[in-house]
Write a protein that binds this ligand. Sequence first.
Ligand SMILES: C[S@@+](CC[C@H](N)C(=O)[O-])C[C@H]1O[C@@H](n2cnc3c(N)ncnc32)[C@H](O)[C@@H]1O
Length: 343
Amino acid sequence: MDFQDQNIIHELLDTIKNHIDSEHLNKQEIIDFEMLFAKTFLKHSPRIETPDNEALYHELDDSLEGLNALNTSFKDFFQILEYLNKKHKSKTITICDIGAGYGKLSIIASLFFKNIKVISIEPVKERTWLLECLGTKENIYHEFFNEIHCELPFDYAFFYFPVCHALDDILNLLEKKKDFLGIIAIESHGDFFSRLSLEKDWLEDKNIARTSIPRHDNNIKLYERIIKKQESPLKRLYHDIKHRKFEYILGNDSQGTWVEKLCECEINFFNEDEFVIQSLSSHRNFKVDKNHINELELTNKVPKNIENLLNKRSQSIEIDGQKIRKIYMHKKIELSNGKLVDL
Ligand SMILES: C[S@@+](CC[C@H](N)C(=O)[O-])C[C@H]1O[C@@H](n2cnc3c(N)ncnc32)[C@H](O)[C@@H]1O
């Protein structure tokens, strides 16, 4: 069957419409519908979705859960648009769907909320065929979100995204966008809301609905722009680490001042208002929260002997048959067996 066959498209749209109209669906029925839609969508997909559409389709016969994990349900998009429509008293608003996937947000808007415009940014071209068939090509961008898209006239952004460098860059752009009203977000991997809460100097969150299919956090949140407060020290530290503005981080424990190379550290979100710096070379984690932030220091310079020790540790060079765990600024190291050695 040809994907351009209008019957298929109308059939797909009718099933979505009936599904949204049926008010008393339980979670399982919603999941079943999402699976059915995903299967139909893939079956008629005109292009090969990586790695192999056919193989993916059969694999999905047993379980489409993986696919659903990547997609927000139609019901939830409907809830989001219904909320915004009420909030703006049916006036015209525009949402930028950053990482639009199959463009479900745009499909629901065009079916039920004619006054809500959607701009879809989706780098994987294969995913937007249905949207393109609906004739909204001029509002689809097959690129990673960048400053050019940020110039487009939109009021809100929708995100269902992993925490990554791209997200940091997107948030920086949105923060500077004039007349931007806020972000609607759904939790992705369990750390997305915590990451967004670091933006509380310009965004304030509230729960607007509950997701119809289970997520790490079942709240759908609106992060609304507020009059700018002062940047929190926690956010500044996060940015300085993430954007590698410094080379080293120093902290204190009962043995003295330890040092880590920032290029060997990763940030994990632990909780709201707290994050964890994970040192990949020493396999240790240290928690950063607003009460302990002053105990940490970022610097670009450490003495040559400390730099050498850090390099030795990066190369896994052993001392007394043990790996180096911690390096202290005052010529002391802790080995992987816990032994402290004065140098
Ligand atoms: C988890 S899916 C969410 C799909 C859809 N928004 C939903 O909720 O059903 C994330 C999507 O973001 C896209 N993406 C990843 N990085 C992106 C970026 N930097 N800019 C725009 N889209 C991106 C991916 O291709 C993927 O389709």
